[in-house]
Ligand binder design. Structure first.
Ligand SMILES: Nc1nc2c(ncn2[C@@H]2O[C@H](COP(=O)(O)OP(=O)(O)OP(=O)(O)O)[C@@H](O)[C@H]2O)c(=O)[nH]1
Ligand SMILES: [Mg+2]
Length: 164
């Protein structure tokens, strides 16, 4: 979840190996399956994640209660100070709907080392994102750190702290 144009669909399609060029807003929700393999205690395990890619544009959003209710975790994406403020609202909505037990990972997409806005955005990140939530800086365009949120998600869901 996250504001429109933060890059949610581009990110998911990148994980699936599908390149995208132009921005097409998601309508309601798009459900994707991401098949994965991970190693635990020397054994290779298979796991498929169902990713619900929720529309960010307010006029295209669907029923959140239905989308959130059976999920195992949430990834909330932002890519600017403005979208970070909205991301925090998503967190509160998510907590209101599903409670406090499910993991939430924040993803700062479109991150580049030399962006002059980084200092202000980071200050707000430190202030607003609760410490129990993980945060990953990624860049879907350059492929920077793209698998880290997914690895962390699987580690959390499988209680496996040394995933390969
Ligand atoms: N520069 C840059 N652009 C990106 C990155 N990731 C995505 N984009 C661009 O951001 C735009 C929005 O991408 P989408 O993935 O469709 O956005 P979305 O969050 O799914 O938007 P909604 O479906 O409306 O909620 C597209 O033009 C992408 O090419 C990135 O890491 N860096
Ligand atoms: Mg989308």
């Amino acid at each position: 979840m996250g504001v429109g144009r933060t890059g949610k669909t581009t990110y998911i399609l990148k994980l699936l190996g599908i390149p995208t060029q132009t921005y097409t807003p998601t309508v309601g929700v798009a459900i994707h399956q991401l098949p994965l393999q991970y190693e635990k205690n020397g054994q290779v395990n298979s796991l498929t994640i169902n990713i619900w890619d929720c529309a960010g544009r307010s006029q295209l959003k669907g029923p959140r209660e239905i989308y959130y209710s059976n999920c195992h975790a949430a990834i909330i994406m932002f890519s600017s100070i403005k979208s970070l403020h909205v991301a925090i609202r998503y967190l509160h909505d998510f907590r209101t709907i599903v409670g406090t037990q499910r993991s939430v990972i924040f993803v700062w997409n479109k991150w580049t080392e030399d962006d002059p806005h980084n200092i202000n955005t980071q200050a707000l990140v430190d202030k607003l994102i609760p410490s129990e939530c993980h945060l990953f800086k990624i860049n879907t365009k350059t492929d920077y750190n793209c698998w880290a949120p997914i690895v962390n998600l699987i580690e959390t869901l499988t209680n496996n702290k040394s995933l390969t």
